[in-house]
Design a protein around this ligand. Structure first.
Ligand SMILES: Cc1cc2nc3c(=O)[nH]c(=O)nc-3n(C[C@H](O)[C@H](O)[C@H](O)COP(=O)(O)OP(=O)(O)OC[C@H]3O[C@@H](n4cnc5c(N)ncnc54)[C@H](O)[C@@H]3O)c2cc1C
Length: 438
């Protein structure tokens, strides 16, 4: 076993039990280290445990080594990364692909809070790669962990977790995004005795679609019923359609998926027949929290870059950061970053504690459903705004592709659309609030 992986496993086991040692002993060292507070303050300020701080440091070191700035810029320009699969193996060796999965299948059995820290750190380096990571480790691996049966877990999780397989989730279709239950992809049993379904239709905007070995896919099994299926790359009739050329998240491969008379064995049905909506709902709160690590990492990267720049670039004989208008912008960016992080971390902590205290199978609803939606709504919109602010601080340089802030802003915008739009999130939060007054 990779020594880093073993280290992470040993250091983080206790986090499951909420034996949180607050990170205080090193604060004094950090304060006197001369590092700006934007780099060191987060863990001390937001009460991370010692184990979580070490976990973050490990993921950060890994991401900085494997995803250097020049490589990330090249991937963004090319919209493709030929080394994607090798990188996946390295993530598998680190244990990052199965953070919330059981150790029985190679997972680390850590919390959703820990998972979002990994998402945050990968996003701080490369938003697109991190989006692919979120789709794989949360939307696919965690959904199998929550809803798969033993046989399915044994068959798929070890390879998804060690990085031999890439996973994805396919729900959206060209004609049904926000209104996802209007999907047209159909699964039909040819006769009552058949032990397989025949799937026809197509899916659109699927993260990791071009690479995926396993697709957690939803299809209609009756007029109103939706069922979840595990589709395997080599199934006859299953293919990758057009690969999408995107504004941002260009390090994350996205495509259409086509299903033409694909025979899917009954044993690949996840959960109950017509129980797809339940399966979908079961992971939503956690999906929103883990994915929120994405905009948080992007904001962190934008602030770090822009704050440095503001103190290195001189105009009128002074660093531009010393002018009051820019000083105000830095203050607003820092305030937005820190308050976003506080809401996300607090909600993640609360959800993990709730999950560990509820002994029944986790269901979609928790007391924090509206907060999970509010967290991702807030962070997604704030990350785009901070990306735009960073471009403004860099002036003409910010508007070129020679500096990373443009990429960060383009990557951030996705989080206002993918995995549910801001409008749908507002609608859900408003509906939940209204329910409380009935
Ligand atoms: C890069 C990327 C990756 C993605 N990855 C995946 C993936 O891995 N798997 C997957 O299944 N899907 C994925 N998606 C799809 C994504 O979830 C959808 O794009 C999203 O749900 C929005 O659907 P839509 O694009 O059809 O927009 P539409 O639903 O057509 O919405 C268009 C606009 O209308 C607004 N709108 C719609 N309905 C309402 C309403 N009732 N009230 C107010 N406003 C409304 C929306 O908010 C939006 O502003 C991805 C998308 C992108 C861009």
């Amino acid at each position: 076993m990779n020594s880093m992986r073993l280290f992470i496993q040993l250091r983080t086991k206790s986090s499951l039990l909420f034996q949180r040692t607050l990170y205080t002993e090193n604060i004094q060292d950090l304060v006197s280290s001369g590092k700006p507070s934007i780099v060191w303050n987060a863990d001390a300020l937001h009460g991370l445990s010692k184990e979580q701080v070490e976990f973050r440091q490990n993921v950060r070191a890994f991401a900085e080594k494997e995803l250097p700035e020049e490589l990330v810029t090249k991937i963004d320009a090319d919209g493709h990364w030929s080394d994607f699969r090798n990188f996946w193996k390295k993530m598998g060796e680190m244990g990052l692909l199965g953070i919330t999965a059981s150790a029985e299948y190679g997972g680390l059995e850590m919390t959703y809070f820990d998972h979002l820290i990994a998402m945050e750190e990968l996003s701080r380096r490369a938003g697109g790669i991190a989006l692919s990571y979120g789709a794989h480790s949360n939307l696919c691996v965690n959904q199998i962990t929550l809803n798969g049966n033993e046989e399915q877990k044994n068959r798929f999780l070890p390879k998804l977790i060690d990085g031999s397989f890439v996973g994805s989730l396919a729900m959206s279709e060209a004609g049904s995004g926000s209104d996802v239950t209007s999907m047209k992809t159909k699964a039909v049993k040819p006769n009552a005795n058949a032990d397989y379904y025949v799937l026809n239709g197509s899916k659109f905007w699927i993260t990791n679609g071009p690479e995926a070995d396993v697709v957690f896919l939803y299809a209609k099994t009756s007029d109103k019923g939706i069922t979840a299926f595990l589709i395997e790359k080599d199934m006859e009739g299953f293919s990758v359609g057009q690969v999408l050329d995107k504004l941002g998240m260009r390090g994350s491969p996205t495509s259409e998926l086509l299903l033409e008379d694909v025979k899917v064995p009954e044993k690949n049905v996840v959960g109950k027949l017509d129980g797809g909506v339940y399966v979908l709902m079961s992971g939503l709160d956690m999906e929103r929290l883990v994915l929120s690590g994405g905009p948080l990492g992007l904001m962190q990267a934008a602030c770090e870059y822009a704050f440095n720049y503001a103190h290195e670039r001189n105009q009128f004989g002074k660093p531009i950061g010393s002018f009051q208008l820019l000083q105000g912008k830095l203050a607003d960016m820092y305030t937005k970053l820190s308050s976003s992080r506080a809401y996300l971390y607090n909600t993640a902590r609360a959800l993990d504690q709730y999950k560990s205290s509820v002994k029944t199978k986790p269901s979609g609803t928790s007391p924090f459903t509206k907060d999970c939606a509010a967290v991702i709504l807030l962070l997604a919109e704030t990350a785009t705004q901070i990306g735009l602010d960073a471009i403004q601080i860099l002036g003409g340089n910010g508007y070129t592709n020679d500096y990373p802030v443009g990429r960060i802003m383009r990557d951030a915008k996705l989080y206002e659309i993918g995995a549910g739009t801001s409008e749908i999130r507002r609608w859900l939060i408003g509906r939940e609030l209204n329910k409380e007054y009935k």
